[in-house]
Design a protein around this ligand. Sequence first.
Ligand SMILES: [Fe+2]
Ligand SMILES: [Fe+2]
Length: 162
Amino acid sequence: MISATMEKELNDQLKAELYSANLYLAMSSWCSSKDLNGTAQFFRKQSEEEYQHGMKIYDYLFEVGARAIVPAIDQPPSNYDSLEEIFKQTLDHEKHITELINKLMELANQEKDYPTANLLNWFVAEQVEEEGMVHDILAQLRMVGTSGQALFMIDRELGKRE
Ligand SMILES: [Fe+2]
Ligand SMILES: [Fe+2]
């Protein structure tokens, strides 16, 4: 059994993961509207992954005898200035999520809640991977510039990602 505080905090994290799913789907939609179909596909996959992160927490809550509450999700922005802006916002968002995960880990440690710490370990590793990936894409974007040809190349590359 987890504490009532942990139950609430994990439900907040469920909401944050589902917001991430919404945010990346909104970015995917913007990319589709700009014919950046590779990038649209990339963000759609990211969105599906974030949904799975949310469901990981959802399932865990029931596993430990607590309850997952389905939250209202805020509407993400629908318009973005550029591809670079989108990836900048993505990196900022992932950094924010990392902070939330770290705070949860601190709470789990304080409460000597080892099962939740074990769940959170997975998220810690996932955040390192995601921040690293977005950082690399942003670096590549800055290297190739913003000409039509550069965007075409980057878009095609992003569309190939698994
Ligand atoms: Fe996530
Ligand atoms: Fe993420």
